[in-house]
Design a protein around this ligand. Sequence first.
Ligand SMILES: NC(=O)C1=CN([C@@H]2O[C@H](COP(=O)(O)OP(=O)(O)OC[C@H]3O[C@@H](n4cnc5c(N)ncnc54)[C@H](OP(=O)(O)O)[C@@H]3O)[C@@H](O)[C@H]2O)C=CC1
Ligand SMILES: CC(C)(CO)C(=O)C(=O)O
Length: 308
Amino acid sequence: MKILVVGAGATGGYFGALLARAGQDVTFLVRPARAAAIRARGLRIAGRGEQWLLTPGLVTADELTGPYDLVLLSVKSTGLDRAIEDIAPAVGPDTAVLPLLNGLAHIDALNTRFGEKAVLGGVAKVVTTLDDNGDIQRLAPLAHLAFGEQDGAVSPRVERIRAVLDGAGIDAPVPDRIITAMWHKWVFITTFGAVTSLMRGTVGEVYDAPGGPSLAPAVLDEAAAIAAAAGHPVPESERAATLAVVSVPGSPMVPSLYRDLAGGRATEVEHLFGDLIDRARALGVATPLLDLATLHLRVHERRIAAEA
Ligand SMILES: NC(=O)C1=CN([C@@H]2O[C@H](COP(=O)(O)OP(=O)(O)OC[C@H]3O[C@@H](n4cnc5c(N)ncnc54)[C@H](OP(=O)(O)O)[C@@H]3O)[C@@H](O)[C@H]2O)C=CC1
Ligand SMILES: CC(C)(CO)C(=O)C(=O)O
């Protein structure tokens, strides 16, 4: 299977490296600065007691030809529009585009550009980040990529992709309804993001402060109410799994959104929060805590834009 990984960042770099290490035909679509850095240093994966180095196939947008069998799209939402145009030469009539982004609006954007048949849903669960050298640091042992056709069919191409991901050691379930799974990840990530960003602390720092334990369940109630109103109710097991991450004494956990906020970088505020509260308004769901988190992140965005 000919695989194009778009972006060699925290998620794409890690999944792509696993696939390349397993012997798959993987090429990374990167921008010039990232290409130069990887050519100079290799793509390095470190953390959790492991350290390995890869010299992957790289291509920049001006060199890209296609088609590929599978395009793993792992840019942040802030780079989505550009990336959609850049990958166009790689997408042929039989190409499957599998996005790893959190949130949901990218599915509509990809459907509009490439047609619904080309686009799979995806939910990535890994905890990785790029360090100052551009190396990928694994912060937790997860390598989970749920995916599937938007209509829930288990098509032959889904079976083929699952086998390829399995062979690379990636846990790759195919849920009955990938769009529902994406909604549930969205509820999880906005709860996690709102709690840590609003309070500017780790899960444990928030929980351990007087009054702290009530915040995460209250934010989760709001996000879950939006999902339910949109036709994707969050089951009790999923709710408990979210609280087991975002409402834990002493936990050092933060999401990638918080790492971007604390690092003074742009966040995915509009894709993750702006879109969610817009949908809440349309569905008649009140979300005072998520509105506050959104405003907080928007102030940050405006400040860094003014400083740029
Ligand atoms: N980090 C995590 O643990 C998780 C993140 N996610 C989600 O995955 C998505 C990606 O996040 P993450 O991997 O952390 O982000 P990163 O910023 O680490 O990686 C994104 C990469 O995409 C590259 N890129 C952007 N535009 C283009 C383009 N047009 N062509 C080629 N490369 C491009 C960037 O390269 P450049 O160096 O050129 O800017 C960057 O290296 C987000 O939606 C996030 O919410 C989901 C699960 C876990
Ligand atoms: C919480 C986590 C690591 C789960 O995969 C994530 O999606 C993120 O940090 O953006």
